[in-house]
Write a protein that binds this ligand. Structure first.
Ligand code: NAD
Length: 356
């Protein structure tokens, strides 16, 4: 007899090709008359295009988003949005831009439309990670969940191959940890397995031909499911390790997820056999951790912490920090075993079939 608790988050999703054209109608639905359009500096062109599309409904463009949502940037953006008398937000970009929209919404309660252009999945969660004084703080609040998400496959056609690969592996990491999450449900299990299947099928095609619209559509569909998983359950050892490596050692977000994922799966292999069977099936591989490693290699993505510039001398300290205040995980967190995991990830060793 199974028992579970599932909370569905209240957001509206519009998915397809050319769906950006629905933005004016979606703003009307939310009663937004003066939207500020957010982006990173390199994606200002995307934001200007969106502002043109919505014409008089655009209050202005703020190309201020940067990685890890620094609090001072968010505060400055709130002040600028207030000067513009904005009554809503449109975030066009990856997790950094959507993070800026969430940070403004947290402070102002303005309604948001997210238009994701990577596979990170932040648009489907009520989670915001903010940094101040070199420390990352994660909060969950219904205020930060975007009311509407417009997934337009066309906006992802230009996402470079390398970024598509690591962003896709970042999304798969959400689904992998969903399959052994302490608070998973039958719905999240179905979504997670389907998400891994969709992304594992699409990403190798995208790396070969980035403009393959059919593969892009399949990958974005998988990314949506992965984001919905992330929004519904608690993440485990993999995310703890990535938060430590990003927060305390400055490693890049999606690349770090790509390197750590096979090793985190290997860490949990014996304690999560059903999850491993589903991951392997979705990958079309004989073994989940090895299959995840092989997928990253096939995508020509980084497979070692050394390749990300991590210093071997920092492995002990990383293991020490990562073993403190552990996230719920199928296998208890033991510092020695975490140090072994990080050592394997540093060297880029393919996880073997032996029980870790
Ligand atoms: P990102 O948003 O930082 O984007 C990386 C780079 O790619 C940026 O320079 C961006 O301008 C560019 N880019 C994005 N889409 C593009 C496109 N289609 N074409 C060309 N260039 C494009 O990276 P990300 O991996 O999407 O997001 C990472 C951030 O999101 C991290 O800070 C992470 O903590 C956060 N995140 C938060 C959640 C959450 O639920 N709160 C979930 C996932 C990620």
């Amino acid at each position: 007899m199974r028992s579970f608790t599932h909370t569905g988050l209240p957001s509206r999703v519009v998915f397809g090709r050319g769906t950006l054209s629905a933005l004016p109608a979606e703003l009307d639905r939310l009663g937004i008359r003066r939207a500020v359009v957010l982006s990173t500096p390199p994606q200002e062109g995307h934001a200007r295009h969106v502002a043109e599309l919505i014409g008089p409904r655009a209050a202005g463009v703020l190309p201020m988003a940067v990685m890890h949502s620094p609090v001072d940037v968010s505060d400055a953006a709130v002040a600028r949005a207030q000067e513009m008398e904005a009554d809503g937000l449109v975030a066009v970009g990856g997790g950094s831009t959507i993070g800026l929209g969430k940070a403004i919404a947290l402070r102002t309660d303005l309604p948001q439309v997210a238009v994701p252009t990577t596979y990170a999945g932040s648009e489907m969660t009520s989670i915001l990670g903010e940094t101040a004084g070199g420390e990352k703080r994660t909060i969950r609040s219904p205020k930060v969940l975007p009311e509407t998400v417009i997934y337009d496959v066309d906006l992802t056609l230009g996402l470079p191959s390398a970024l598509s690969a690591t962003s896709g592996m970042n999304a798969i990491a959400h689904a992998v940890e969903t399959l052994y999450a302490a608070d998973g449900s039958p719905i999240t299990t179905l979504m997670a397995e389907e998400a891994i299947r969709a992304l594992a099928t699409a990403l190798p095609r995208i790396v070969e031909v980035p403009s393959d619209a059919e593969a892009r559509g399949e990958a974005l569909y998988g990314a949506w499911l992965c984001g919905a998983c992330l929004g519904a359950v608690s993440m485990a050892v993999h995310h703890k390790l990535c938060h430590v490596l990003g927060g305390s050692f400055g490693l890049p977000h999606a690349e770090t997820h790509t390197v750590i994922l096979p090793h985190a799966a290997a860490y949990n292999r014996a304690q999560a056999p059903d999850a491993m069977a589903r991951i392997a099936r979705a990958l079309g591989a004989g073994d989940a951790p090895g299959g995840l490693f092989d997928l990253a290699q096939r995508l020509r993505a980084p497979t070692s912490l050394a390749a990300l510039g991590f210093r071997e001398a920092d492995l002990d300290r990383a293991a020490e920090i990562a073993s403190r205040e552990p996230y719920p995980n199928p296998r208890p967190i033991e510092r020695g075993a975490i140090r072994d995991l990080l050592g394997n990830a540093f060297a880029g060793r393919r996880p073997g079939l032996a029980v870790a």
